[in-house]
Design a protein around this ligand. Sequence first.
Ligand SMILES: Cc1ncc(COP(=O)(O)O)c(C=O)c1O
Length: 327
Amino acid sequence: MRLPARLSLARLPTPLQRMDRLSEAWGGPTIWVKRDDLTGFEVSGNKIRKLEFHLAAALGAGADTLITCGAAQSNHCRATALAAPPLGLETIALLRTPDGNPPARSEGNHLLMEIAGARIRYLTPAEYAERDSVMAGVAGEVRASGGTPWVIPEGASDALGMWGYVAAMEELAAQLDGLPPMAGIWHAASSGGTTAGMAWGADRLGMEAPVVGCCIGEPAADVMARVAAIWAEAATATGEEPPERGPLLIDDHVGLGYGLATREELAIQAEATRLTGMLLDPTYTGKALVGLKREIGAGRYGPGDHVVFWHTGGGFAAFLEGFRVVR
Ligand SMILES: Cc1ncc(COP(=O)(O)O)c(C=O)c1O
């Protein structure tokens, strides 16, 4: 597969592990976990795969300052803030908070961004809705002060970041060689870049397994619209047709909404940790695994099936005070 320029920032390939105790306890399919929580410690998770392409492009363009955005606990902004220093790049992170003020306490990913020296600005939800123009404005400020900005959209979820997961599918395909067919490639979906790359890659590689995005906050139609927009941008950039088969997006397990978890969900996540030794985050991977368990309960996957659960990282959220209180 021909890919755009890329830096080598993630520890790849990440392992594909069979989690027999989890499969047994949940009485369903054989669960294989693709461990993208192990792409690196500081930069752990799915975002570093996308950043390999964005940061290569940033360096290629002679940039000295990265501008990006996300929630106050954004894994993407944390990975950006920690990937930038060794490359000699600065990071400006625009973080969404309920009132546009800094969070009451520094913890989790937000604390790590501060330690990494990211320059942080806080946006209200209304300002965040205009994030692309806000970032363009900040890029103008950087230029005015003699710098060269590189803007990375939310989650690095655009046609460039998407290649991280197209390449990741090639990696997975090699690991699946010789294994039984997979009934699904299950993962947490939000800003759409991961899902877009997986489904594009699956199509180009002729993989049969359906790519299944478990929405963790947004309605499925919104995530699908984002995937479609990324594909349209990628089609223009490459001259290739987007895949005919879209991903399956399921939004039945969003629960209380983005970044919120019920006691029952946290209990299922803790159960999964006790059966696998893997740390899950309540916002993304924990919620997606809860969704998988419920879908197994509803009969979507049975004992004869094999399923990939793609662990996309987010472990630092396990330390958040809010979730400790609920648990
Ligand atoms: C740990 C984790 N998993 C999954 C996702 C979802 O990926 P995407 O935004 O590409 O849909 C995110 C995005 O923030 C994440 O941080």
